[in-house]
Design a protein around this ligand. Sequence first.
Ligand code: ATP
Length: 136
Amino acid sequence: MENKIRLEIVTPYGLVFSDEVDEVTASGSEGEFGVLPGHAPFLTTLKVGMLTYKKGSETRYFFVNWGYADVGPDKVLILADSAEKSEDIDVERAKAAMKRAEERLKKAEEIDFHRAEAAIERAVTRVQIAEKRRPR
Ligand code: ATP
């Protein structure tokens, strides 16, 4: 479709999203980037963060957990470890994950700090993005 971007978000758990949109913004490892139709092709890694797309007058928000973005003039393919639309984020689950990771961090021995910190980063980011639900 002309002047549109095919946004696809794929994770090992399945296809999370696929639609024609007008604009995409995502959290690249080197910083946030925006894509409009006709963008020059590039490939980048993603960090834990937010992906936003605009379609007409609506803006939607996704949590994206690491991965890659493959950008072309009329497509943005996101391959991520996990991803959820803001409305689908279970805040209680994220808070429980945060609590588990914090408990792991408190135990001085036999813990994987990086793993616990990464879990906290995912949980905190999920809670933040969950607040960006579209108005009902
Ligand atoms: P948990 O410890 O709660 O499983 P996690 O950060 O380890 O959290 P992930 O490995 O990122 O979980 O994701 C596993 C699957 O569960 C993915 O399908 C992801 O979309 C989903 N998921 C994880 N946390 C949430 C959440 N808070 N709300 C909705 N879906 C979630």
